[in-house]
Write a protein that binds this ligand. Sequence first.
Ligand code: ADE
Length: 224
Amino acid sequence: MRIDIITIFPEFFNSSLDFSILKKAQENNIVDIQIHNLRDYSENKQKSVDDYQFGGGAGMVMNIQPIYKCIEELKSNNSYDEIIYLTPDGQKLNQSICNNLSLKQNIILLCGHYKGIDHRIREHLITKEISIGDYVITGGELAASILTDAIVRLIPGAISDETSALNDSFQDDLLPPPIYTRPSDFNGWKVPEVLLSGNQKEIERWREEKSIERTNNLRPDLLS
Ligand code: ADE
């Protein structure tokens, strides 16, 4: 899979996508993540990428020209399954969207800033708009990192034990059961006996029960 990220802050991605599973997936050529500095595509002298909004009002708007040029250049070299704009008024991200995107070959992620992008880009170039939640963050970079992380870990081979991503919470709309490691007794705080029993059938049954119980208590909306 190839993910092209368009941003005015390319340095942001130096660290955010360069650790743990994301780092390994890139080293093992499971995913190719390319960062593009939007300013490099600006055709004016100042290399500016934004301007005042028509009709007046506070806040700058990202220009069409550099975004158009960048996307067109990318499209002349690859065909893209989706061109995604990260925005708080997009479709709210969930596991099923991530599963679906992890099956794609090539995607573009466009990070917005200021008030957002000229609406004509959304009308003519963007194929999907995604929000990471009903709150506003400073720019799309953090949202693009979250989306990339959530997608890449699902690509077969990204996680050594393939079943482990599929067992993630939310894959079956259930929260995970409690988990424990050594010591089995920490100053009197004990691990549930069943987990030490060695009886795998009993353990599975206990985990399923706890999953349902936690989902009922903490996220009943997932069950309805
Ligand atoms: N940019 C700013 N806020 C955002 C959000 N909640 N989701 C995606 N992109 C954003």
